[in-house]
Design a protein around this ligand. Sequence first.
Ligand SMILES: Cc1cc2nc3c(=O)[nH]c(=O)nc-3n(C[C@H](O)[C@H](O)[C@H](O)COP(=O)(O)OP(=O)(O)OC[C@H]3O[C@@H](n4cnc5c(N)ncnc54)[C@H](O)[C@@H]3O)c2cc1C
Length: 381
Amino acid sequence: MTKTAEIVVIGGGVSGLSCAYNLAKRGVNDIVVLEKGYIGMGATGRCGAGVRQQWGMEENIILARESVKIFERLSGELGFNTFFRQGGYLLLVFDEREFELVSKTVPIQNRLGVPTRLLDTKEVADLVPGINTDGVLAAAYCPTDGFCYPYAVLWGYAEAARRLGVQIRVCTEVTSVSPVGSGRYEVVTPRDTYHTPIVLNVAGARTKDIAAMLGIEIPTEPFRHEIAVTEPLKPFLDPMVISLKKGFYFLQSVRGEVVGGIGDENEPSSFNTKSSPDFLFRYAAALREIFPALGKARIIRQWAGLYDVSPDARPILGTVDGHPGYYHACGFSGHGFMLSPIVARLLSELITAGSTSIPIGGLELSRFSEGSITKDPYVVG
Ligand SMILES: Cc1cc2nc3c(=O)[nH]c(=O)nc-3n(C[C@H](O)[C@H](O)[C@H](O)COP(=O)(O)OP(=O)(O)OC[C@H]3O[C@@H](n4cnc5c(N)ncnc54)[C@H](O)[C@@H]3O)c2cc1C
């Protein structure tokens, strides 16, 4: 059947559902979300769901700070427990270069209202009893960082969006998007075809494929990232612990499991989401080294998902010249979950009012053809 919609959202991950919810909240009546599999089938349902404001670039710090403000009241707003827990992020510093970086950026974070502070090794050991501080010079700690349960955030946004009239169609793959004249797009799925003036392309690592259907070239690449979880343990760890240099992160979930991963600089770009023993050995070795008592914990599950990586590891947001009514959000790399509440607010402002309350000009696709791009030194893995 051919149907109409005011906005068609492609992708039922955290970007799609949070945008749909925000758009409906701003009064858009007829929104359809098309998801090829199930809610959270992409990166969102496979992620660590860490939420941190410790970034190096002012623009990133501001976006993350605003996201945290939204996460702090999101459970109440959605009427759904997102399990957002502000146990902080402990960023371990292993060498002088990292020490210089955090010494320079912590004051910037503080000036922007993010309460990060530098800890010496004794304070690190007091905060995380049992951690091995051999080789650790210091740490940066922000107590208002934290993490969620990703599916709770997805379900919370989905339920709240549905209450506002959003239709979410799962098992509905978009196979074609094309302009059909008079400012409208045709979005084809095996079930129905939609005619709409507005397409929001938030298909994760497949965003570039959807954009290509309209002749838009997005310079993102998919990279596998693996993650593992231990059996549940008694609560022993408040903050998420990360290392930029070693590329690992781990947290203790509200169920007591230790959830974490480690990057691999040799991982080639691909859509591979298979788990590997190599990851398991590298991650287990890193975890045992930094937290020797965890050597006895049993890993009960591992899985993998895709980072959708842009050339500067920053999101690509907004419109594209020559394609009125087309919007996208992609290229989030390893931090699309934490940015989703603010990205959804800003995109919904852009779509309904034509401008955003926080400038996103620096995040448009056009930056890649306009010259130099800057990578945030706080990108992990
Ligand atoms: C192992 C791992 C750990 C991570 N840890 C963190 C973290 O701690 N903190 C953080 O902020 N971020 C983290 N990330 C990154 C984060 O998960 C992503 O940036 C974020 O979830 C992206 O959300 P999204 O909705 O844009 O994309 P996705 O969640 O990938 O959703 C896109 C959806 O589009 C659907 N889709 C694709 N093609 C089509 C089509 N043709 N038709 C219809 N639907 C389609 C997919 O099925 C998918 O459900 C991690 C990622 C991984 C893989």
